[in-house]
Design a protein. Structure first.
Length: 432
């Protein structure tokens, strides 16, 4: 399949009507006029529907809760997005003191927070213990001992879970695979039992759970089920040894369609996992899911304007005002995002590489796209709600774009566009 025939992903919040693209009830062209470009736009309806699909699957036919959602805020940590999920009943998965501060800023219950991450500092561990998080996910024996000593200093107990590295191939991009023994994440499968025994002897540690996350943008459920089975084998063995766990955290990772992928839908995926846990006799555990991308990925787009059309010797370039600084995924993972003109025009189409103004040949957003466009036109870069704005940078002293959220006919600025002067306001030249 050539790139030009890749279908568009199914979108809930963004639609084309009579040759014009809309975010819910608002025309993208009007939003560009009002808020400028580049511009991140999120649909509240799309966020809500994705969350509700998970939530429905987390409750059984008798209305009993089978699992809880802890949104992985690394995917998109804007306070308005977090608050939207908080209002829907979500907990959160955090990976830094900064993310903890965001969760507390929106008033999340600390008992709804799990704190993961491979290199937590003593300061971050102390912040999490003082806040009273539900659990700290341990990724190494050295970290286990650091948590114990920080808890001793604070004269408190530390609830922990051990992140298992199950050595399962998630069949995704190598940069976002995390469950193989060559990855830096988690404790090697054969060392997990030993680590639990060690943890159970430490004075300040409460062993409460077990967790696992094998990677992201996973489109096939079978590696996930392999990992679940391996983790459940450990839970059974621990039980025999008298170490009773209270929760089982299965991580995130469900992929979305950017065009060609056909991942299982949220309900089917969640049911498959939860049914497996129940069949194996562990349905009584408090089950935690940590989805990120599947909640926000297709709920956001990046709107950009064409600065120049530049015919080249080998390629034609469509130079836009967004760049790798706004959306890093193509440069970093050669990721594909659908790109559509906001207005359909009856002009001749041509094949372009869509590139930004940054001084790097890796600064591209789409390759070999056939578009009927001219200078000044707007393009919507689709499926940009996850790992878009959060991975933005100020490289080339480029201010970060604004973010807005659309709710029906209403629109809210949820992060103002940065000013150039703010970017170097905290810098100093040496005294003369
Ligand atoms: N839990 C843990 C422990 C994780 O490390 C992650 C993602 C998640 C949950 C959420 O995974 P999700 O449901 O979003 O797949 N920047 C990359 C993705 C990095 C994912 C990192 N960990 C990208 O743009 O594709």
């Amino acid at each position: 399949m050539t790139r030009t025939t890749i279908p568009l992903p199914h979108l809930v919040g963004f639609t084309e009507r009579a040759g014009t693209w809309y975010a819910e009830e608002l025309a993208l062209g009007d939003l560009a006029k009002e808020f400028g470009t580049p511009l991140y736009i999120y649909s509240k309806k799309a966020l809500t529907q994705a969350y509700q699909a998970y939530d429905r699957a987390c409750v059984d036919a008798n209305g009993k809760r089978r699992a809880r959602i802890h949104y992985a805020m690394k995917a998109n940590s804007n306070l308005a997005v977090l608050d939207c999920f908080l209002q829907l009943g979500s907990g959160f998965d955090l990976v830094s003191g900064g993310e903890l501060a965001r969760a507390l800023a929106i008033g999340a219950d600390p008992q709804s927070l799990v704190f993961a991450g491979v290199g937590k500092s003593a300061k971050e561990i102390a912040q999490a213990l003082k806040a009273g998080v539900k659990c700290i996910n341990v990724e190494s024996i050295a970290e286990l001992h650091k948590i114990n000593s920080v808890a001793k200093e604070l004269n408190c107990r530390a609830p922990i879970s051990i992140r298992v590295n199950p050595d399962v191939d998630a069949q995704t991009h190598p940069y976002i695979s995390t469950g193989l023994k060559g990855n830096k994440f988690g404790i090697a499968y054969h060392e997990v039992l030993k680590t639990y025994r060690e943890a159970a002897l430490l004075s300040q540690i409460d062993v409460v759970g077990i967790d696992c996350h094998i990677g992201s943008q996973i489109t096939n459920t079978s590696p996930y089920l392999n990992a679940v089975d391996k983790v459940l084998d450990l839970v059974a063995q621990l039980k025999k040894e008298g170490i009773e766990l209270h929760h089982l955290d299965l991580g995130g990772g469900l992929g979305i369609s950017y065009g060609t992928e056909s991942p299982p839908d949220i309900t089917e995926f969640t049911n498959t996992l939860l049914n497996r846990v129940a069949e194996r006799g562990f349905g009584h555990l408090d089950i935690v899911l940590e989805p990120g991308r599947s909640l926000v990925g297709n709920a956001g787009i990046l709107l950009t304007q064409i600065e120049y059309i530049k015919p080249g010797v080998e390629k034609n370039f469509c130079i836009v005002d967004a760049a790798m600084t706004e959306l890093m995924r193509p440069a970093l993972y050669e990721a594909y995002h659908g790109i559509v003109p906001v207005h359909t025009k009856a002009i001749k189409s041509a094949t372009y590489d869509i590139v930004g103004p940054v001084c790097e040949s890796g600064d591209w957003l789409g390759r070999d796209r056939t578009l009927a466009v001219e200078e000044g036109d707007l393009l919507a870069i689709l499926s940009a709600g996850a790992y878009g704005f959060v991975m933005a940078s100020n490289y080339n002293t480029r201010p970060k774009p604004a973010e807005i959220m659309v709710d029906g006919k209403n629109v809210y600025v949820i992060r103002a566009r940065e000013n150039t002067s703010d970017l170097f306001a905290s810098e100093q030249v040496l005294p003369k």
